[in-house]
Design a protein around this ligand. Sequence first.
Ligand SMILES: *Cc1c(COP(=O)(O)O)cnc(C)c1O
Length: 426
Amino acid sequence: MAPGVVTPTTSGPEHKQDTDLTASAVDAKLTTKNGHVQNGHVDPKPAAAAQLAELDASKLTYTLTPTPRPVPDEATANSGLETVCTDHMITATWSARTGWAAPELKPYGPLTLMPTASVLHYATECFEGLKAYRGHDGKLRLFRPDCNAARMLMSTVRISLPAFAPQELEKLLLALMAVDGARWLPRSRPGTFLYLRPTVIGTSPQLGVQAPHEAMLYIVCSFMPRMDSPVGGMKLHTSPEDMVRAWVGGFGYAKVGANYGPSLLATQEARKRGFNQILWLYGPEGYCTEAGASNYFVVWETKEGRRQLVTAPLDDRLILDGVTRRSILQLAKERLAGELEVVERRYTIDEVIEAEREGRLVESFAAGTAYFVCPVSLVHHRGKDLVIPTGENDCGAYTAKLKGFMYDIMYGNEQHEWGVVVNEKE
Ligand SMILES: *Cc1c(COP(=O)(O)O)cnc(C)c1O
């Protein structure tokens, strides 16, 4: 071999250590034998891990409130500055020594944390958001809660909080709704919803910058305003040139609190200027990624005249893999196959502007649990307004169709495996 040529090390302990540290290797740690998730951090000594208790929904204890609060109507509940939660919450604590304690269902109220708690300093927090829907058939449903539970596990592990079996989280979500659903989302209010917010936080009272050795999972359930049909459609302002929401190699794909706090400055400024959300662009090319905390879609015609539903891809891990996004793409493929091609690819704001200029831009919408499927009527980019057709009732025809498919599954007009019925106590 010529002197000076360095042979790359493809085997040996040093190389192995490096590949073990990639994000995909971290993901691989999520799955172990029997679909069981190893408790807590990955332990090289399985014998030690076996002694740690798993998260187990069957151990849930119930302490019901002696003083149930009056249930406000939707308008009152959403008018205050404090999110109104239902009577109960579920908590489960974890420690590196013992694993998961039995989860508890108990009256809604404050948590106790030391000022040194990991979450308060190092953003060891992740969350999920899903709704419970009161159906027109009287039944209470969650929409694909298995997807939220799986995503929560992915986010949890990304910030070195303890793993759990996602089916157990799903059971806990159903358990909370079984207790609070009947009163807080009564059968007399079909077509309404509550919002479930599972959260995991690092609670270790230790300032050392390291993975927490204590954590807590909790679930609360709240009211949330409807945001899916703003008068005149949703108006977006593109992100400032000197800000990105997420980056390649970052954690934009995980629902970790650290993604959201820093985005609020731009959102607040956009609101002051009369816009609803930021359309987050990425890179010098200006790739369209997400609209606020929702996935972003456009319907356009290609120069060749093909109608496409276009959204950003998942493979570069910039965007959140939304349950709404995934469902819409699947429904569009199944039910609008003759009308729309479904395309997941990188696309730039300039392509959208060009489509508009050439009369090829058909519709645009944002989609996520909070905003449901919300028509976008305007994008403001570098001093110019891009006006997007919204048609009748401020909602384009494809947007309305996709929204209708989703609505019918969520509210039981269509029986579908995505609608999981809550077994209510009463
Ligand atoms: C939660 C979220 C979404 C939407 O995900 P859903 O599962 O559809 O609710 C999209 N983008 C971001 C950044 C989010 O946080």
